[in-house]
Each structure stands twice: as structure tokens, then as C-alpha cells.
Write a protein that binds this ligand. Structure first.
Ligand code: NAP
Length: 251
């Protein structure tokens, strides 16, 4: 039955940055759909763990900074604890706001390191396991700035454009081997990542005016899409980016 294809019973998902924001909503949604969830991040995801367990699933925190962690080691720990890796959601990300002329080399490297380099290294580590299994789904988190340049966020725009290129490149290699690689491009979602924008009255008004849905998104608005992309219902989707943006890109 079609709704059964959206279920993730018996699957094992890895979500980065699941202690708050969008990653938390992803982890809880995947658990509610049936998956056990390993969470790779710097901060213990206590509330998310509670929600995953409340959904009747197992939760595991893998402590680590995604830029510097041993990526194969982290994925190997998931395999040794849960036996397999079916889903990787590359969610954790950072943003640094400054005019391009003033962006420091350190900020540039940090953003590229977390938002792009780590996405590749984790996808490679999880992808090797999925290729051995002959099955798996990788869901990358892109952005409106995968399509647009944004304002005063040059490293973030470059990294998020890169995430889309990487999504397509991996999909081209792995689609025929049972591994789906796709991305979600969230619109403007109310999290800590966008707190500065919402605090700026004129930017906030300009953003709201441009969103056809007329409101900021919530992390929960993305939950259905991540479950879909992680599931068999999306088995013929490869290398695609799904905007969940209240209509932003339609303007
Ligand atoms: P957020 O509320 O700022 O949360 C970011 C998460 O990433 C936190 O869990 C954070 O962990 C984790 N993280 C950051 N750097 C990390 C590192 N080096 N190692 C491990 N974990 C790290 O952000 P969000 O809004 O939920 O964003 C999640 C993703 O969606 C990001 O990729 C972001 O670019 C993307 N996105 C967001 C929006 C939006 O409007 N909010 C729009 C488009 C795309 P700590 O709590 O330990 O810092």
C-alpha cells in the first residue's frame, strides 16, 4: 500500500546537528516514521533523544564536530551499535554574515569546512556502507542560497551551491547502485540560524513581504519532506533538490 512506502520501520538514520532547529525536527520525524536515530553533533541532544525514545525508537548521540570528527569512525560506530546505516541527513550548518570585502579567511574556511567539506566526508563514509548494503538515502540540506547569492553571506552561498553540485555528482555515481542522494532547500525558517534576520525589522519585513505563504517556515514544515526523501516512496528520485520555501522561489 502506498502509505506503507513512506514508513521507515527498521531503518537506521544518522542526522547531524539534531539538538535544535531543523535537525531536531528531522530526527523526531524520522523516528516517528519508524527509524532508529543516531545524532552526530557537538551538543548532547537531550530533548531530541527524549522525543525519539517517546516515539518508541532508539537514539544514540555521537559526540563530535562534523568538521573535525573521524567521519568513518562516527559512521562505523553507528554500524556497530545499530547494524546498518540507511539514511544520512547532512543537516548541521553555520552561517557567518559580513560583506565579502570584510570576510576573513578564517570565517570563509570555517563555513566551507562545516557546510560543504563535512557533507562530502560524511556522505563518503555513509555512502560506502550504503553501497555495501545496496541501499540507502542521503538527504543534504541546501538553501535558497543554493540558487541565489544572498546578501553578505558569500561563504554560505558558495557552500550551499556546492551542496547542490555534490548532491548531483553523488547521485550520478550511486543512483544505479541503490543509493538515493537528494537535497531539501529550506526557505526562511524560524531557528537560531535566522534570529539575526528576524531581529532586523526592515530585513524581516522585506523577507515576509516576498514569501507568498506570508510567514516564516517552522522546522516542522520540513518534516514530511525528509521522511519522503528517506523512504521507498522516493526510490526514483536522484540528484534532485526540493525547495520547501513557502513559495519563495516562485516569485
Ligand atoms: P541552527 O538552529 O543554528 O542549528 C544548527 C545545528 O547545527 C545545531 O545543532 C548545531 O549544533 C549544529 N552544528 C553547527 N556546526 C556544527 C559542527 N561544526 N559540528 C556539529 N554540529 C554543528 O540552524 P538551522 O536553522 O536548524 O539550520 C540547519 C540547516 O538548515 C543548516 O544546514 C542551515 O544552513 C540550513 N538552512 C536553514 C535555513 C533557515 O532558514 N533556518 C534555511 C536554509 C537552510 P550546536 O547546537 O552544538 O551549535
Amino acid at each position: 500500500m502506498i502509505l506503507d512506502r513512506f514508513r521507515l520501520d527498521g531503518r537506521v538514520a544518522v542526522v547531524t546537528g539534531a539538538n535544535r532547529g531543523i535537525g531536531q525536527a528531522f530526527a523526531v520525524a524520522l523516528a516517528q516514521a519508524g527509524a532508529d536515530v543516531a545524532m552526530l553533533g557537538r551538543t548532547e541532544p537531550a530533548a531530541t533523544t527524549e522525543a525519539v525514545e517517546k516515539a518508541g525508537r532508539r537514539a544514540l548521540w555521537l559526540p563530535g564536530d562534523i568538521a573535525t570528527v573521524d567521519h568513518d569512525g562516527a559512521i562505523g560506530r553507528v554500524v556497530s551499535e545499530f547494524g546498518r546505516v540507511d539514511v544520512l541527513v547532512n543537516n548541521a550548518g553555520i552561517i557567518r554574515r559580513a560583506p565579502a570585502a570584510d570576510t576573513t579567511a578564517a570565517d570563509w574556511r570555517e563555513v566551507i569546512g562545516v557546510d560543504l567539506d563535512a557533507v562530502f566526508h560524511l556522505s563518503q563514509a555513509a555512502g560506502r556502507v550504503m553501497l555495501r548494503q545496496g541501499r540507502g538515502s542521503i538527504v543534504n540540506v541546501a538553501s535558497m542560497l543554493s540558487f541565489q547569492g544572498g546578501i553578505r553571506v558569500p561563504a554560505y552561498a558558495a557552500a550551499k551551491h556546492g551542496v547542490v553540485g555534490l548532491t548531483k555528482a553523488l547521485a550520478n555515481e550511486w543512483a544505479g547502485l541503490g543509493v538515493n542522494v537528494n537535497a531539501i532547500a529550506p526557505g526562511y525558517i524560524a531557528t537560531d540560524n535566522t534570529a539575526a534576520l528576524r531581529a532586523d525589522e526592515s530585513r524581516n519585513a522585506a523577507i515576509l513581504e516576498r514569501i507568498p505563504a506570508g510567514r516564516w517556515g517552522s522546522p516542522d514544515d520540513l518534516a514530511g519532506t525528509v521522511v519522503f526523501l528517506a523512504s521507498d516512496a522516493a526510490r526514483y528520485l536522484h540528484g534532485t533538490v526540493i525547495p520547501v520555501d513557502g513559495g519563495w522561489l516562485a516569485r
